[in-house]
Design a protein around this ligand. Structure first.
Ligand SMILES: Cc1ncc(COP(=O)(O)O)c(C=O)c1O
Length: 373
């Protein structure tokens, strides 16, 4: 074996020995119900980020079709070269309007957005304060920026204030946090963080990828606050964006390498998201959020987000519970270390307005039964 083959074999063996080897499994579905490879068994999944079911909305799908017919399959170039179509700019205006911001900039994904935003504003001379449970794309963005990174305990504003007042001393500071944390479905204290950043002159970057049911903070459009979002969850398409003061978003366009050196999103993706923003901001959007709220309450009354963790403790129990649910046709992923800290393995239920009340009730009954075992 060559050196690389031996290395790859070792790495593979290590991941397998840890029980962490993964491979995608095809789910043939247009909505929560479908058939799962390899045996084609029927399942209802509780794992997607299609929170309002907009991947399947006729207006969203029709908008993508129209864009395909008008502009073709791909944009063919980066935005700053010749890849920018009118639909990209229209979508940026709609996203800025939705977030009550001066301006918004589109990226190919939410992941690329965090990389681009953090590398634009952070660097070796900047202190970045980052919540310990922030998403991987934030962690990678702070690393790529080669910033001085201070990770603060989850949601601990006293610790954050201490960092900003002591370690930042004389330097610019960035505070970055998810507003809904992707593994626990709990919420940051966004208003408290906003006030803290305002008091200490720190730039605040909030990642609102999962904030379909809020929080939706009131932000002074001129304040140094950047709202990162994704088109791939609530909006049912693919892409990411940052919204904020024009002087900052224009800098992103000129500095962010994950914006500059990558092909523009497909016109169909942008058109689908544009149709989705219109729905989200309409009465129909309110109705869909109410339906999602009802589904969340059905599973866990009063829980603030559509991500509902079911703690299992050990990895084995989480895996066994996920397998038992799958036997009943309910697909709920087990989340294990290293994604979450050891001893906190869980089932991660993600609910959608596209689930029927009956589907959510079936899941609740199954979870209650398994918990009683
Ligand atoms: C909090 C958070 N930020 C960013 C992303 C990345 O978004 P995208 O899937 O659009 O790349 C995700 C997606 O998993 C996320 O959970």
């Amino acid at each position: 074996m060559t050196g690389w083959d031996a290395w790859a074999a070792d790495e593979t063996a290590r991941v397998r020995a840890a029980g962490q080897w993964r491979a995608p499994r095809d789910l043939d579905a247009a909505g929560p119900a479908g058939t799962l490879a390899p045996d084609g068994r029927p399942v209802v999944q509780f794992a997607s980020n299609d929170y309002l079911g907009l991947t399947q909305h006729p207006k969203v799908v029709a908008a993508a079709h129209d864009a395909l017919d008008r502009w073709g399959a791909g944009a063919g170039a980066a935005r700053l070269i010749v890849g920018s179509r009118p639909v990209h700019t229209e979508l940026e205006h709609a996203l800025a309007g939705w977030k009550r911001a001066q301006s918004a900039v589109l990226f190919p994904t939410g992941f690329a957005t965090n990389l681009g935003v953090l590398t634009t504003f952070a660097g070796p001379d900047v202190l970045v304060c980052s919540d310990e449970l922030n998403h991987a794309s934030i962690i990678d963005g702070t690393r790529l920026a080669r910033a001085d990174v201070a990770v603060y305990p989850h949601r601990d504003l006293d610790a954050l204030e201490h960092l900003v007042t002591t370690r930042a001393a004389g330097r610019r500071a960035v505070v970055v946090t998810d507003t809904v944390f992707s593994m626990d479905g709990d919420l940051a204290d966004v208003d408290g963080t906003l006030a803290l950043c305002h008091d200490h002159g720190a730039l605040l970057v909030v990642d609102e990828a999962h904030a379909v049911l809020g929080p939706d903070p009131e932000v002074d459009p001129d304040a140094p606050v950047l709202r990162v979002g994704t088109l791939s969850k609530t909006l049912g398409s693919l892409g990411g964006f940052v919204a904020g003061p024009r002087r900052l978003t224009e800098l992103v366009v000129n500095r962010a390498r994950s914006y500059i050196f990558t092909t523009a999103s497909t016109p169909a993706d942008a058109a689908a998201a544009l149709a989705a923003v219109e729905i989200v901001r309409s009465q129909e959007g309110d109705d869909l959020r109410a339906r999602l709220r009802r589904n969340v309450d059905q599973l866990r009354e009063g829980h603030r987000s559509p991500i509902v963790p079911v703690p299992c403790g050990g990895e084995e129990r989480a895996v066994a519970m996920a397998a038992a649910l799958l036997e009943r046709g309910l697909l709920v992923p087990a989340i294990r270390p290293p994604t979450v800290p050891p001893g906190t393995a869980r089932l991660r239920v993600a609910l959608s307005a596209a689930h029927s009340l009956e589907q959510v009730r079936t899941l609740r009954v199954a979870l209650d039964e398994l918990a009683a075992r």
